[in-house]
Design a binder for this molecule. Structure first.
Ligand SMILES: Nc1nc2c(ncn2[C@@H]2O[C@H](COP(=O)(O)OP(=O)(O)OP(=O)(O)O)[C@@H](O)[C@H]2O)c(=O)[nH]1
Ligand SMILES: [Mg+2]
Length: 244
């Protein structure tokens, strides 16, 4: 029946940059079940960052970019000979396991009604396309932030139906003003909420001991670094990344 495995030979274009995007499946329900802080829960963001670090150590990508329940992985070397089914399924499986493992490692692990899972898709891009792609995802993170704060602030005052109705009428500027009138300056919320967080290699000072010279030495190494204060993405950011 091998001939029925008709997608098995589908491969990513060999000259492309490749992003894998994973997204938590039905996390609206899961986050409700976990009783996360709204609109942002720092413990959840740290858990996602630690899943991102697992991905970094397992697959050595160029960068991982995370916001909400979404994980974007900019691959360097393409694994599994570029086989689409293999990449998608292994990444979705690995991320789901890592997430669940970390969630249950807690001292007081939550009772889950269903196993958490992530979907995964592959996006082939040109180098310029990579910059545009991440700028779009970062814009989405910002929209998410503004809408999330507006929604949960209004929900303290109005019913779900009423809030949806109000939000439908308001534009971005109105949302800023609405939040400001209730004591929230959206431009001063933490960077990671507005811009997402990134994981990439960065020079760090590592202290070691040189036994020949019998002294402590400091050397520079590239290490995975979680950036909670990302800049707005531009071409320069990506061209500075190792292996881009
Ligand atoms: N309370 C809370 N919820 C969060 C947080 N981060 C993500 N979420 C939830 O995760 C959801 C992610 O959005 P989506 O991916 O569009 O929704 P989904 O329910 O996962 O649906 P599918 O991805 O289509 O399966 C948001 O609607 C939020 O409900 C957080 O820090 N706090
Ligand atoms: Mg989701």
């Amino acid at each position: 029946m091998k001939e029925c495995e008709i997608y098995a030979n589908l491969r990513v274009p060999c000259s492309s940059k490749v992003v894998v995007r994973a997204d938590g499946r039905n996390f609206q329900r899961l986050t409700r079940e976990l009783e996360l802080e709204k609109p942002y829960d720092e413990v959840f963001a740290k858990l996602m960052a630690s899943v991102g670090t697992d991905i970094f150590h397992e697959f050595s990508p160029v960068m991982v970019y995370i916001f909400s329940d979404e994980i974007n992985i900019l691959l360097g070397e393409i694994p599994f000979s570029g086989r689409v089914e293999k990449i998608d399924s292994v990444f979705a499986g690995f991320i789901s396991s890592s997430f669940t493992q970390k969630l249950l490692k807690n001292q007081d692990p939550p009772q889950l009604s269903r196993p958490p899972s992530f979907d995964s898709r592959i996006i082939p891009l040109s180098p310029e396309g990579v910059v545009k792609y991440f700028q779009e995802r970062q814009n989405e993170a910002w929209r998410n932030c503004l809408n999330g704060y507006a929604y949960w602030t209004l929900r303290k005052e109005y019913s779900y139906q009423k809030v949806i109705e109000i939000l439908r009428r308001l534009r971005s500027k109105d949302l800023h003003d609405l939040l400001f009138s209730r004591g929230i300056n959206i431009n001063e919320t933490p960077f990671w909420q507005r811009r997402g967080l990134g994981i990439y290699r960065r020079d760090v000072e590592v202290e070691g001991y040189n036994p020949l010279e019998e002294r402590r030495v400091v050397s520079i190494r590239k290490r995975a670094f979680v950036d909670w204060e990302l800049p707005l993405f531009d071409a320069e950011f990506f061209f500075r990344l190792k292996n881009f």
